[in-house]
Design a protein around this ligand. Sequence first.
Ligand code: NAI
Length: 331
Amino acid sequence: AKDPVRVLVTGAAGQIGYAIVPMIARGAMLGPDQPVILHMLDIEPAAESLNGVKMELIDAAFPLLRGVVATTDVQEACTGVNIAVMVGGFPRKEGMERKDVMSKNVSIYKAQASALEKNAAADVKVLVVANPANTNALILKEFALSIPQKNITCLTRLDHNRTLGQISEKLNVHVGDVKNVVIWGNHSSTQYPDVNHATVTTSSGEKPVRELVANGQWLNKEFITTVQQRGAAIIKARKLSSALSAASAACDHIRDWVLGTPKGSWVSMGVYSDGSYGIQPGLVYSFPVTCEKGQWSIVQGLKIDKFSRGKLDATAQELIEEKSLAYSCLN
Ligand code: NAI
């Protein structure tokens, strides 16, 4: 029998937290034969509600769930964790300036970086979900120097999955038959969903999405804004932000990272740039990646046309500005 893996979820009393903990306990993140111990962190005002979530986890009698730690102590929460899913953060409230939100999150991610560095397993894999996700991951990396850069990532898999969903709806094909879309850049409205390399498996082999979607205009305009604005559309419809799809995407992200991507396909992850595709090193940027043996690597050699180049650079520019805003909050 396998030893249990310890999975931390911060902000566990929130919406995404409530959706993701049962998924993890059912094996959607690490597989159906991997026991888990859940570590759930939230802040003092949510302590009672967090305890309620723990009660429900016990009541669900998940066979894979070997223990639950529910705490408001960040050091205790981080102790011995192998996977850390960082969902907790300070949301933007009406009337708040971007800088105020950034400043709150920079101090949260700075403190949690140190707690992880001190208490987590040496090879902990970190996924930042809380917004601004790329920049929170960057701050976490800067303040957790002993955690390898390669172990700190942010979530753009939801955007990736949304892209697969849009193409599948448009072409009326199974979503599982669409692959190799890319989300480039920031998890924000400047992200670039790119289908230039994407294919659909059909009865007569793999066909490029560009060939199947006759309307190139749709792909260059409406499709891109639909994906970029999907988060806002969900808020408008639900009066709450996406939670089940975000939780599911976070499970997909970790599962593929740990267990590997299927042969011939890639996924999108926010990772520390090494300069690939002309993106300046030192940004956490979403790239196409393949994963093997618990390591991701950026897919190389994709052809970037002029239209795409502009989009890749625009979202990089936004990340450069976010980074400098974050640094100005540190001082
Ligand atoms: P929520 O507000 O329902 O939950 C957030 C939880 O974090 C709350 O329970 C809160 O008490 C807790 N929290 C606040 N400060 C904390 C701290 N210092 N330590 C631990 N916990 C803390 O929000 P929801 O809907 O669950 O979303 C969480 C985050 O995920 C938000 O920042 C949201 O913008 C982001 N998000 C990111 C997505 C992505 O694709 N990257 C998709 C959807 C949401």
